[in-house]
Design a protein around this ligand. Structure first.
Ligand code: SAM
Length: 327
């Protein structure tokens, strides 16, 4: 069984030579569901390497099992949102084909941020497409097709490869699970096919990890006394949201850990931030841990600052002595 991949345990950007035995054009399927379309891509396009992106763990398990059973070495599913992969994993001009089959519509206004086909995401898809690369979208929802048409046709880096905004028929196409359902239920589907043209587009750089955030603190309160004072808190720091959920003391070591959820525009992380004693009595180091494979992003730096500042605010004589933090 191949190592299971997620956005936190792969390199940023992806290292294709370590993922695949052979080099080849890269095909990416977003939201692969039961994995049948992904598997078919890998089986019928042996010259290519195929990455699948999914947020559902069940879907990941299914696809991993199918790929493993068939011994396909040119397909790797990654547990990641498409948005995180576009920002952290896939370099500009690296993808020969994007395949997006039946994305969830998220039509309620309060959910519209989760909709895949929106201006920012289509711009990122365009940046990550190789010259001459293609983007295929299928949907069975007319309102989604209309919305996609509006966004694609206003994307200078993309050219429509069809004579019409979309087509109702792509002969010879392998049908995904949702597609078969759409046909069974008489809806059929709309297919979009766009090509990356030669118009230059912005290429947002891959967001890489930063150095490990930490700070030093002096406090007359020991770790157990700090944990006693702890209350769940949530804060928004620009577009970074930090929740400190729980604290646990280890009185024997005069140490503590704080459970943190850090949400940034491109990535969510759930980890622990530790407070450990230094040699000098009354001094502590606050730093991120690798629990949950956490990676040092700007949000993690802010979360370490949040724990340090909170701890310093618990006593008049407590102070943050030194910050090794960004931003
Ligand atoms: C309606 S299903 C379609 C599944 C499959 N493509 C098919 O045609 O049978 C949408 C899939 O997209 C996945 N998904 C939703 N949002 C996603 C995102 N932001 N990034 C990656 N996958 C996502 C869901 O977990 C789900 O499996």
């Amino acid at each position: 069984m191949l190592r299971k991949l997620n956005y936190l345990n792969v390199s940023w950007p992806l290292d294709f030579t370590s993922l695949f035995p052979e080099q080849g054009p890269l095909l990416v399927e977003i939201g692969f569901g039961n994995g049948d379309y992904l598997v078919n891509l890998a089986r019928t396009r042996r010259e290519a390497n195929v990455i699948g992106l999914e947020i559902s763990s069940q879907a990941m398990d299914k696809a991993e099992r199918k790929i493993d059973k068939l011994g396909l070495r040119n397909a790797r599913p990654i547990h990641s949102t498409a948005e995180t992969a576009l920002a952290h994993l896939l370099p500009p001009e690296s993808v020969s084909e994007f395949h997006i089959n039946f994305p969830d519509p998220w039509f309620k206004k309060k959910h519209s941020r989760r909709r895949l086909i929106k201006r920012e995401t289509v711009d990122m898809l365009t940046s990550r497409m190789a010259r001459g690369g293609t983007l295929l979208l299928a949907t069975d929802i007319l309102a989604y097709a209309e919305l996609a048409h509006e966004i694609f046709s206003d994307s200078p880096g993309l050219s429509n490869a069809l004579g019409t905004p979309w087509t109702r028929d792509l002969p010879g196409r392998f049908r995904s699970k949702y597609e078969s359902k759409a046909y069974r239920e008489g809806r059929g589907a709309a297919f979009f096919l766009y090509k990356r043209n030669t118009t230059p587009v912005p290429h947002p750089a891959i967001i890489k990890e930063l150095d490990m955030p930490h700070l030093f603190l002096r406090s007359p309160l020991d770790a157990a006394a700090l944990v006693e004072r702890f209350e769940t808190s949530r804060r928004a720091d620009g577009d970074i949201h930090i929740a400190l959920l729980r604290a646990y003391a280890d009185p024997r070591r005069d140490a503590a850990v704080f459970e943190a959820v850090v949400q940034e525009p491109t990535i969510d992380q759930h980890t622990m931030i530790s407070l450990t004693p230094r040699q000098k009595p009354g001094e502590y180091m606050v730093k991120m841990t690798s629990v949950g494979h956490a990676r040092p992003t700007l949000g993690m730096h802010r979360a370490v600052a949040a724990v340090g500042d909170w701890a310093a605010a618990q006593h008049d004589e407590a102070r943050v002595l030194e910050r090794k933090l960004r931003g």
